[in-house]
Design a binder for this molecule. Structure first.
Ligand code: SIN
Length: 318
């Protein structure tokens, strides 16, 4: 385990091709941020666990900048033991950008529409949030003209086993492609449409069809297949198989062959971190460089999985 600043610095030097030094000893204190804040790698592919932090307290601009640096470098921050209120969840999230009100308005928390409820629970026979969300690889809100910057998901109730979330690092996956494949992908664009996945979730009886208003807010959009991270300048694949309907200008067969190849490649174990949830985990991930998959390997009737998500607005992908 090392400090927030040290880990960010170490990764920068690795990117620059410098020699990697050994991890610092356990539980070293963070100098730049909270004096008790520590970080430890979550996996080789991506992510750090940030310890010694209470998300409900006030953070200075310098502390937020340090966390943002770690977020941009590692793609995912994991905060354990965050028994925070929905208001504190929203307040912390807002330090990183403007928050979305998800288009599925009946899955938003009463009085606090920045919270999108992901849940298999029912109250009085009615679902309390969105069931069946994310059981496919995707990047949140890739179906919007301005896809999300990042999401902060807080686990409230989780199954004893199952219901993990997998995250794939699309920058590493891009780096691992050959030079001819990289130049082939340059300039290609794909169409994303929310209705694609919604029809599947509806056919499983987990959600209602989109209303005409919701459909009008989520027309098909087009994004590049290779995007540049607006803060780090790093290139990555822009894949969101759950929402992507095809590559612009290709036949359906060509498009499926290319998108399937890229999704298989990018979801390989060497690019993936699998998060096993505990109650009060908060995971903050970068939708600009990761895709994720919520595993539906738990019993929808017997198990309880209840989460709150905030979603930070992004900018058009370039
Ligand atoms: C999502 O944000 O897409 C769902 C993630 C999860 O429920 O684990």
């Amino acid at each position: 385990m090392s400090t927030v600043g040290e880990t960010v610095g170490a990764d920068r030097s690795r990117e620059a091709g410098a020699r990697t030094r050994r991890q610092a000893p356990e539980r070293r204190r963070a100098a730049a941020a909270d004096p008790g804040m520590t970080v430890a790698r979550a996996s080789r592919a991506l992510g750090v666990t940030v310890g010694g932090i209470d998300l409900s307290r006030h953070f200075s601009d310098a502390e937020i900048a340090t966390l943002r640096d770690a977020f941009n470098t590692h793609g995912l921050l994991l905060f354990r033991d965050q028994d925070v209120s929905p208001e504190a969840h929203v307040a912390f999230s807002k330090r990183f950008g403007e928050l979305e009100h998800h288009v599925l308005n009946d899955a938003l928390l009463d009085g606090l529409p920045e919270i999108y409820i992901l849940s298999n629970l029912k109250k009085d026979g009615k679902r309390v949030g969105r069931a069946g969300a994310g059981h496919y690889w995707h990047s949140d809100l890739s179906y919007m003209a301005e896809p999300s910057l990042g999401s902060l998901l807080r686990a409230i109730e989780v199954p004893e086993v199952g219901g993990d979330t997998m995250f794939a690092n699309l920058a590493l996956a891009y780096d691992a492609l050959s030079a001819p494949m990289k130049s082939f992908l340059e300039g290609l664009e794909a169409e994303h449409h929310f209705a694609k996945v919604q029809s599947r979730v509806v056919s499983l009886g987990l959600n209602k069809p989109l209303t005409p208003e919701q459909l009008a807010k989520t027309p098909p959009v087009v994004h590049p297949l290779v995007r540049v991270h607006p803060e780090t300048g790093r290139k990555s694949l822009f894949l969101s198989p759950g929402f992507t309907t095809g590559v612009v200008g290709m036949t359906p067969e060509e498009s499926a062959a290319l998108l399937d190849f890229l999704a298989d490649h990018a979801s390989g174990p060497r690019f993936v971190y699998r998060h096993q949830w505990k109650p009060n985990d908060v995971v903050f991930w970068d939708n600009r460089t990761l895709m994720h998959y919520a595993l539906d390997d738990y019993d929808y009737d017997e198990d309880r999985r209840h989460m709150h998500r905030t979603t930070i607005r992004g900018e058009g992908a370039a």
